[in-house]
Design a binder for this molecule. Structure first.
Ligand code: NAP
Length: 245
């Protein structure tokens, strides 16, 4: 049977870590990408190994094409060809649009959108060779409905929806599926940094009455990655506790 190898970007903590652990449980070997938090990434990789799967933690800024190319090369040397890519690494900075600097705007586009482009272009040659593969982009409900004071973030996440649908069409004849998960408010550092009051307000606004967990998103990703989703491509699955309904 062919080895199942996945690259999950931003898998040191939060949603990416949840995705990496769930995929490992479902038989995937994992490249755990991270930016700065080496200790956390090594911990994720160690937990995957303790589940009997292979894992390697590799540092790379997804915004940097050369680093991403090197990461994919090293991951494939250790784990074999990557057949599943989860573009999860992302950043969000809040503030008024009027005050938005070029740097903050550019960094959102470079990490959230450019990171997905870099990683896809790095894994694609092998997927095209194999005539199979699966790409899952992590967007956000804010990319679907708009977010006051997070314009750059929402734009970059909306662009991931366009990327998903367009690439799904382009890559379908090559047997490669491209899908997207759009999370609502998930209990990670990204939401915790907004403070307790905002967190409580987000819980209140979520019809299911709680924040999501990384596992909630990981289950949606694992579904897209599975054979059960073999006829699904170009889809956006919103996992938000009913927030956008
Ligand atoms: P988080 O807790 O802030 O974790 C971010 C992860 O991304 C970390 O592993 C971080 O690595 C990594 N990362 C950041 N910049 C990177 C870069 N340039 N290159 C490589 N890795 C990078 O975020 P999260 O809440 O888990 O969010 C994960 C994804 O879900 C993001 O795309 C986010 O936009 C999306 N999302 C989150 C929510 C939410 O409510 N939390 C809602 C909708 C969508 P280090 O640990 O090394 O810094």
């Amino acid at each position: 049977m062919m080895r199942k190898t996945a690259l999950v970007t931003g898998a040191s903590r939060g949603i990416g870590r949840g995705i990496a652990l769930q995929l490992a449980q479902e038989g995937w070997d994992i490249c755990v990408n991270y930016l700065q938090q080496q200790h956390a990434a090594e911990d994720t990789a160690a937990r995957i190994r303790s589940m009997g799967r292979s894992a390697v933690a590799i540092q790379a800024d997804v915004a940097d094409r050369t680093s991403v190319t090197h990461m994919v090369r090293d991951a494939e040397t250790c784990l074999g060809p990557i057949s599943l890519l989860v573009n999860n690494a992302g950043i969000s900075v809040s503030g008024l649009f009027q005050d938005l600097s070029d740097d903050v705007w550019d960094r959102h586009m470079a990490v959230n959108l450019g990171g997905a482009r870099n990683a896809i272009q790095a894994v694609l040659p092998r997927m095209l060779d194999q005539k199979s593969g699966c790409i899952i982009n992590i967007s956000s409900m804010w990319g679907l409905r708009g977010a006051s004071c997070e314009v750059a973030y929402a734009c970059s996440k909306a662009a991931l929806v366009g990327l998903t649908r367009s690439l799904a069409l382009e890559l379908a004849p090559s047997g490669i599926r491209v899908n997207c998960v759009a999370p609502g408010c998930i209990d990670t550092d990204m939401v915790r940094k907004l403070g307790d009051d905002t967190r409580a307000m987000l819980v209140e606004e979520t019809p299911l009455g709680r924040l999501g967990t990384p596992e909630d998103i990981a289950h949606a990703v694992a579904f897209f990655a599975s054979e059960k989703a073999s006829f699904l491509t170009g889809q956006i699955l919103t996992a938000d506790g009913g927030f956008t309904v």
